[in-house]
Design a protein around this ligand. Structure first.
Ligand code: HEC
Ligand code: HEC
Ligand code: HEC
Ligand code: HEC
Ligand code: HEC
Ligand code: HEC
Ligand code: HEC
Ligand code: HEC
Ligand code: HEC
Ligand code: HEC
Length: 330
């Protein structure tokens, strides 16, 4: 075949999009194969009555033709709302013409709602344990957290936007999405000592995968300690002199979301220590009558109550034994 430069260019132009599209559909990225093309009237028809939704759709990743496996190449609105032909013919209306609404207020089952999203998102790594996750098992659907028409990062829902005293930006922090249901956690992160979640420095999803994990409480690491020491690396050890409860579980002494005691401790020192160290050479309890200056009344003075003033390497020590490393004092 003989072609001059110009004709070759035109021919390539005609065939390239098709090649790229085919490559996209056979799974270069982590997304599942696009679902069977849902049919129905397109955004230009819906726009007459739903201008806001069409606008948010077109501004979102879902509305980009460049996302080859996205709704824009799979029937647009119909990818999530089904065939809207009858809905349009009837002049619209809630529940009219079999229009599908996967939102939280609709009566569809949670699994049926999520199935619409999973048709495309199922094979993504972060969703690998969706089926084992607590959310799916408790009928929480994708759309309880995500609203594809929302402009917030990751399309997270903004149902009860609050004006955060800690943040000057208008953006709703991620925890607000979670706190609408997890009211107990919202209360905890407001306690005097807390991980800086309300301050926007860390997010719930730094520690949890809300899509599900195989670990307890959907934390992102296999164990609590590997999670904690992924950020607090200096507590990881190994130490020459280890403090057994530290190796075992950080949460033996700490709360994670918030606490009324300093440093997220779940009890105040010395009580915390005395749960395990009830007696010793300096027990930290009230002097007994035989320890005071005479008389029969118990002496109300305490000794050595601020345990960590001296035992300041409480997570473990690398000091030599002659340097009292074994007592975590240095
Ligand atoms: C990726 C899936 C998806 C796509 C694509 C999509 N929507 Fe939606 N849409 C939703 C979800 C989920 C809701 C429920 C939102 C909520 O209430 O949180 C919704 C809500 C709506 C509502 C409001 C329903 C109500 O309760 O008031 C309308 C109207 C709507 N969409 C129209 C459209 C139109 C028109 C298009 C195409 C331009 C479109 N949607 C594309 C998922 C989608
Ligand atoms: C002639 C006007 C009109 C057109 C065109 C139209 N709708 Fe609607 N639609 C409505 C009205 C009115 C409602 C009810 C809204 C309400 O009660 O707030 C509605 C409701 C919806 C809902 C919510 C359904 C529910 O049961 O909660 C969705 C989703 C929706 N439309 C999608 C679409 C899509 C997608 C298209 C285009 C294929 C479309 N609509 C075209 C008028 C229209
Ligand atoms: C037709 C396929 C398809 C359907 C159906 C679909 N998505 Fe998507 N979605 C995509 C593609 C493609 C992207 C682009 C990002 C990517 O490549 O991962 C995307 C992106 C996203 C993002 C990231 C957006 C961002 O701006 O960061 C979220 C969140 C999301 N989808 C949630 C949903 C939810 C929830 C549903 C169901 C209501 C849904 N999707 C339905 C294909 C789809
Ligand atoms: C309990 C709340 C919750 C549920 C339920 C949920 N998600 Fe998410 N999703 C999130 C959060 C939070 C993020 C952001 C994670 C981050 O920033 O690290 C996210 C991120 C995503 C992203 C990536 C967006 C991006 O910016 O890259 C996709 C895609 C997604 N979710 C799809 C889904 C699908 C599909 C479902 C249902 C099968 C679902 N999600 C269910 C909370 C949820
Ligand atoms: C610094 C890491 C971290 C952050 C940030 C975090 N969590 Fe947790 N979360 C954990 C750990 C660790 C557990 C407990 C696991 C265990 O008991 O073994 C837990 C437990 C939970 C539990 C179940 C048990 C309980 O204590 O009630 C829920 C629900 C929860 N977190 C929700 C959230 C929400 C919502 C956010 C954001 C506001 C959040 N978490 C932020 C680490 C974290
Ligand atoms: C629509 C309500 C709802 C929203 C929104 C929601 N959750 Fe949940 N979540 C639940 C339910 C219901 C359970 C299961 C019952 C329970 O353990 O409280 C659960 C369980 C969990 C657990 C596991 C608790 C355990 O004991 O194993 C964690 C962790 C968690 N959610 C974190 C989050 C995070 C992080 C977000 C925000 C990204 C979030 N949730 C948003 C309803 C919700
Ligand atoms: C994603 C990173 C991250 C993870 C994971 C993490 N933390 Fe933190 N932690 C922080 C940050 C950031 C601070 C605040 C530090 C600051 O303000 O200087 C903090 C502070 C603390 C504090 C001091 C609180 C105070 O009031 O001064 C304690 C105690 C703590 N974390 C324990 C834990 C425990 C226990 C775990 C595991 C359950 C854990 N952390 C997991 C990031 C993390
Ligand atoms: C035996 C109880 C105990 C255990 C178990 C424990 N801690 Fe602590 N932790 C403390 C005490 C007590 C303080 C306060 C020290 C102070 O006030 O000087 C503290 C303070 C902290 C602080 C803030 C101050 C600092 O030193 O940076 C962080 C972060 C911390 N612990 C992380 C962890 C991690 C991570 C683990 C698990 C690997 C863990 N802790 C296990 C008792 C414990
Ligand atoms: C959950 C129980 C537990 C808690 C809480 C606890 N410890 Fe320990 N601690 C141990 C165990 C077990 C050992 C190892 C004892 C041994 O080797 O004989 C130990 C060892 C020690 C040692 C070294 C003693 C020795 O004989 O080698 C000191 C000092 C110590 N702990 C101080 C503290 C202080 C201070 C606190 C409070 C901040 C505390 N511990 C909280 C269980 C605990
Ligand atoms: C004034 C400093 C100081 C304070 C405060 C202090 N300790 Fe000690 N502790 C020491 C020293 C030094 C040793 C090593 C003793 C030795 O070498 O004879 C020690 C030893 C220990 C031991 C191991 C020996 C034994 O007696 O069993 C434990 C356990 C212990 N302390 C726990 C605590 C607890 C719990 C508190 C708080 C109630 C506390 N300490 C407060 C300085 C202190």
């Amino acid at each position: 075949m003989k072609m001059n430069g110009m004709r070759m260019f035109k021919w390539l132009n005609a065939i390239l999009p098709a090649v790229v599209l085919a490559a996209g559909l056979t799974g270069i990225s982590g997304l599942a194969a696009a679902p069977a093309q849902a049919a129905g009237p397109g955004p230009e028809v819906c726009k007459n009555c739903h201008a806001a939704q069409v606008e948010s759709y077109e501004a979102s990743m879902h509305g980009q033709k460049g996302n080859l496996k996205g709704p824009a190449n799979a029937g647009a609105c119909a990818a999530c709302h089904g065939d809207g032909t009858a809905h349009v013919a009837a002049g619209g209306g809630r529940g009219v013409g079999g229009i599908v609404n996967p939102g939280p207020k609709s009566k569809m089952s949670a699994d049926a709602k999520s199935k619409i999203c999973l048709a495309c998102h199922e094979t993504e790594r972060q969703l690998a344990y969706w089926d084992s996750g607590k959310h799916k098992k408790n009928d929480v659907a994708c759309t309880n957290c995500h609203n594809p028409h929302s402009e917030s990062p990751s399309h997270l829902r903004k149902d009860q936007p609050s004006i955060s005293p800690y943040s000057t930006s208008g953006k709703q922090p991620q925890y607000e999405t979670c706190a609408t249901c997890h009211k107990d956690i919202r209360a905890q992160i407001g306690k005097p000592s807390h991980h800086p979640i309300v301050e926007g420095k860390i997010k719930c999803s730094d520690c949890h995968n809300p899509h599900g994990t195989l670990s307890k409480a959907m934390i992102k690491s296999e164990t609590v300690n590997t999670l904690c020491t992924s950020c607090h690396t200096e507590k990881r050890g190994p130490f020459i002199h280890e403090h057994p409860p530290v190796e075992e579980n950080c949460l033996t002494c700490h709360d994670v979301h918030g606490s009324a005691h300093t440093k997220l401790l779940n009890e105040k020192v010395p009580n915390l220590c005395q749960n395990c160290h009830s007696s010793g050479r300096h027990p930290g309890t009230i002097y007994g009558s035989n320890m005071g200056f005479g008389g029969t009344a118990q002496n109300s003075r305490f000794f050595a109550r601020s345990c960590v003033n001296c035992h300041n390497q409480i997570h473990g020590s690398n000091a030599s034994t002659s340097g009292r490393g074994e007592f975590f004092t240095r």
